[in-house]
Structure formats: structure tokens, C-alpha cells
Ligand binder design. Structure first.
Ligand SMILES: [Zn+2]
Length: 500
């Protein structure tokens, strides 16, 4: 043979060997997932019944902490000033790959699972009507499977899991980024439940800035001496009207909505306090910030017109999620290998009946993965977006809910502990573990992801919306949670899942 041919043949054999090694590693990860499927769904089911709101994920984080510690992870709880922030790691040094997700529930979401008639487990109580409970088990077990593979095959580097508090209020990730959690991370995969096994790439959703404006005036009798009063609620109204005048001159991509959170006490007392809470959004953070800066001017104008003073308090912010194409391509390959779960006829029938009852298209459960494509940008927001502008980010959705059943509605709390959800979690954990293994073992993939990321990050450099003195709001949802915790406790499963 010619030397060139020998080299070519050799390269072919080596690449075959690499593929075989990669397959062997992933096969081991799949075995670990299958062996621990029950433990994983016990975690997700336990979290469902905890039904904990953002910043109050105490029981959920305790269970995850215990499970991950017992599984051999180094676990930190309470970082970045948030008692329910959990960061777990196995291994050391680079490459370092992190799974990023959340486990918070929603107010009013309590529902008896399995029945699609409205039947709260706890009347008025919080619950998982988006299925974030499923994230806990999938992320933990995938990380454990990666750990087992790293140990068996002497793979260098670190696998990390980040459970950020209060995703539903966009409340934690800017703080995690500021605290430097992602400084030495090479890539992340953001994990979220959906009705499909899917990934995607491009800018996936919207930037959001949330702030509370408070005006301060002077009280007076509404009839006897109104001329002595300075009406802070007038300022609130003028701010609202002022922004409505601006709407015509904003980019068509903008979104802005507000609610009046304090509007006075009774009509014959000129209010010395008025408060209005705003969300400003756009397709990019610089665009959202531009509108937000105009909103600040409007607040100033409203205060001038009424002789009141004002202050503004940062509530939350989120960059849109920037999802990496190179990582998406790697994830998609694993999606094709794992495939969607085989649904039983009973599960398909349940899905169809549920869709019919919810007056949605009766299409049943998806029987194939979604092909890779750029997804249309949605106008919703997720604070994990901030992470995606400081480190290359992939995104993975797993099929644990019923198509057409929208989140943030009690109906979405019907299936998160069902066999449909459980099977979707198994598929999700396998794809996630395999994709983290790809990122850990392929320098070419990391390099490609980094190069793509650099282009986007250069075009729109990340800046934090956090004021320098901003602290996480640890009282967020506290009162609401305390009201229901005793009743929720009656439904706790009392399980202590252990991976093996
Ligand atoms: Zn979510």
C-alpha cells in the first residue's frame, strides 16, 4: 500500500475505534439510566408533591442535595446568597460541562394528578403546572450516569448540575452569573420539559426587565384641603398614560405590561404612596434596555407633573436564550439514537381524551423526535438566558407532557407524575447524559461551539441588569408557601431515592 493509503486506512480504523469507544461509553450511561429509572421518577414525583414556589424550594433542594451527595457529588447549597440555590459537581478541572435547570412550582397550580377535571390536591395551593418537578430527577440521574462513565473510562474533567431558584420569577440566574459560577465552565445544556424530544438553536425567546416604581406624595383630606396634597397615584396613572403614548414609537418587537400594585386606601385620603410594576421585553436585551431607559424618563416626568418623588426597585431580568448550533447538532444525534418512548395504547388514549376534554386538537402523543431546525423566537422569557451569553449553551427538551396542554394552567399539573412523564424522563436523561459525554470527550465539538459563541457574544456583548447593590429577594413567595405547606405535607411521598 502507498504510505498515504496506509495513513488513510489507519485513520479510518482509529476513527472507527473512537466511535466504538463513544458508543460503549454511551451504552454504559444508558444502562445506568435504565437501572435507576425508578429512583429518578421518585425524585420527580416527590418534587411534584412538595409543590414549592420559587426561592422556597427547601424540601426539593434537600432531597436533591441528599441524593447527589449519596451519589458521590460535591454539593453546595446556598451559594450566591440564595438558600435554595444548589450546585453539584463531580470530577476536577476542564473541560467542565454543566447541566442547568430549575425545580420551582407555580401559585394556584395544585391539582390531583391523573384526572383532567379540576380537583386541587390542596385548595388554592401551589403546584407543578409546568412540570419543573421532572427536571430534578432527569438532571441528577444524567449527571450520575456521566459520573459513572467518567470513572469507568478515566475521562478527565468535571460534570456539574445547577438548580437555580425561582425560574418562574426570573430571579436567580443573573445572580449566579455575577457570582462567577460559569467562569470556568466550557459549555452548558439547559434542560426543560416539553411535549417533545427536541433541541434547537438560535435566539429562542425574549429579553425581559422587571421593575417596581414607587411614587411618594403627601396626604391631605380629599374634600377639605386637597390643594395641600400631592397625589402619588396620579403619578402612577400618568406613568401608565405616558407609556401608552410611547407605544406607537417603539419597535414592533417590543412587549410591555404593567400592574398597579398600590393604588391608595380610600377616596377621601389623597394617597401619599402609589406603586406600579412593569415588565419590558424585546427580542434582544439592548432593545429591551432602550425601551426601559425611556420608561425611567416617563417615571421622572410623572413625578415632575405631580410634585411627587419616586424610586425604582429592580425585580428581575433575563436575557433571551442564545442556543448553540454546534451543540444542538450533537444533541440531535443522541436524540435520534434514543428516540421517543414507546407509548402504550392506553397512554395514547389518555392523551387523546385529555386533548378532547381540553378542546385541543386530538393528536395524541408524539411518536417521533422533532427534526433539527431553528425554532421561532417566543416572546416569553427564562432567566437561564443570562447564562447562555457567558458560556456556549445547548438546550434539551424531553417529552413528558401532552401536546396542546399549555403550561401555567392547572391542566398541565395532571401528567407530571404519570407513566407518560416517567417514560419521557428516561429518554431525556439518556440524551442528556450522552450529550454531556460528547462535550466532555470531544475537544473539536467544544472548539466549534466556542467559535460560534464568540461571534454572537461579540455582536451583542453581555451586560448585567443587576444594580451593583441588588440582592436576591429571599422573601419571594414566602407568605404564600407558608400558608399551604402544612396541607401539602400530608401528600409528601417520604421517599429517599439512591442511585446505584
Ligand atoms: Zn419552565
Amino acid at each position: 500500500m502507498q504510505p498515504a493509503r496506509i495513513l488513510l486506512a489507519l485513520a479510518f480504523v482509529v476513527s472507527l475505534a473512537c466511535v466504538a469507544a463513544a458508543d460503549e461509553r454511551k451504552q454504559l450511561a444508558f444502562e445506568v439510566v435504565d437501572r435507576n429509572a425508578q429512583q429518578m421518577t421518585d425524585i420527580g414525583d416527590s418534587l411534584f408533591y412538595f409543590g414549592e414556589l420559587g426561592m422556597q424550594e427547601v424540601e426539593s433542594v434537600k432531597l436533591l442535595e441528599d441524593t447527589l451527595k449519596a451519589a458521590g457529588f460535591k454539593v453546595e447549597v446556598g451559594g450566591a446568597g440564595m438558600p435554595t440555590n444548589l450546585w453539584a459537581e463531580y470530577g476536577s478541572g476542564r473541560p467542565k460541562i454543566a447541566i442547568v435547570t430549575e425545580v420551582d412550582a407555580l401559585p394556584g397550580g395544585s391539582q390531583t394528578p391523573g384526572t383532567y377535571e379540576r380537583k386541587p390536591l390542596v385548595q388554592g395551593g401551589p403546584g407543578h403546572m409546568e412540570g419543573h418537578n421532572t427536571h430534578g430527577g432527569v438532571a441528577s440521574l444524567a449527571a450520575f450516569a456521566v459520573k459513572q462513565v467518567m470513572a469507568r473510562h478515566n475521562i478527565p474533567g468535571t460534570v456539574a448540575v445547577s438548580f437555580g431558584p425561582a425560574e418562574e420569577q426570573l430571579a436567580s440566574r443573573p445572580f449566579l452569573v455575577r457570582a462567577g459560577y460559569f467562569k470556568d465552565v466550557d459549555a452548558i445544556i439547559y434542560l426543560h420539559i416539553r411535549d417533545a424530544l427536541a433541541t434547537g438553536f438560535g435566539v429562542q425567546n425574549y429579553a425581559a426587565i422587571s421593575s417596581v416604581f414607587t411614587f411618594h406624595g403627601k396626604t391631605a383630606h380629599g374634600a377639605s384641603n386637597p390643594w395641600d396634597g400631592k397625589d402619588a397615584v396620579d403619578a402612577v396613572e400618568l406613568m401608565s398614560i405616558g407609556f401608552d403614548k410611547l407605544r406607537e414609537h417603539l419597535r414592533p418587537t417590543y412587549r410591555a405590561h404593567r400592574t398597579i400594585t398600590f393604588g391608595g386606601i380610600q377616596p377621601n385620603i389623597i394617597p401619599d404612596k402609589g406603586q406600579i410594576w412593569w415588565f419590558v421585553r424585546d427580542a434582544s436585551m439592548p432593545a429591551a434596555k432602550e425601551t426601559y431607559d425611556k420608561l425611567l424618563k416617563i417615571a421622572e416626568g410623572a413625578s415632575l407633573m405631580t410634585g411627587t418623588t419616586w424610586d425604582v426597585k429592580y425585580a428581575a431580568s433575563a436575557w433571551p436564550q442564545l442556543v448553540n448550533k454546534a451543540i444542538a447538532e450533537a444533541i440531535q444525534k443522541n436524540i435520534e439514537v434514543v428516540g421517543v418512548p414507546k407509548w402504550t395504547e392506553q397512554e395514547q388514549q389518555f392523551a387523546r381524551d385529555f386533548q378532547k376534554a381540553a378542546e385541543k386538537p386530538v393528536v395524541g402523543l408524539r411518536t417521533a423526535p422533532i427534526p433539527l431546525g431553528g425554532r421561532a423566537q417566543s416572546a416569553a422569557s427564562n432567566d437561564s438566558g443570562d447564562v447562555s451569553w457567558v458560556v456556549p449553551a445547548g438546550s434539551l427538551n424531553f417529552p413528558s407532557s401532552v401536546p396542546g396542554i399549555e403550561y401555567h394552567e392547572w391542566k398541565a399539573a395532571v401528567t407530571p407524575v404519570s407513566s407518560i412523564s416517567h417514560k419521557g424522563q428516561v429518554a431525556g436523561a439518556k440524551v442528556l447524559a450522552a450529550s454531556v459525554i460528547d462535550l466532555l470527550t470531544s475537544p473539536e465539538l467544544l472548539q466549534k461551539a466556542r467559535a460560534e459563541f464568540e461571534v454572537d457574544a461579540k455582536k451583542t456583548p453581555y451586560f448585567s441588569l443587576l444594580p451593583p447593590d441588588a440582592k436576591p429577594d429571599l422573601d419571594l413567595n414566602r407568605g404564600e408557601m407558608e400558608k399551604y405547606r402544612a396541607d401539602l405535607r400530608k401528600h409528601y411521598l417520604g421517599k429517599t431515592p439512591r442511585f446505584n
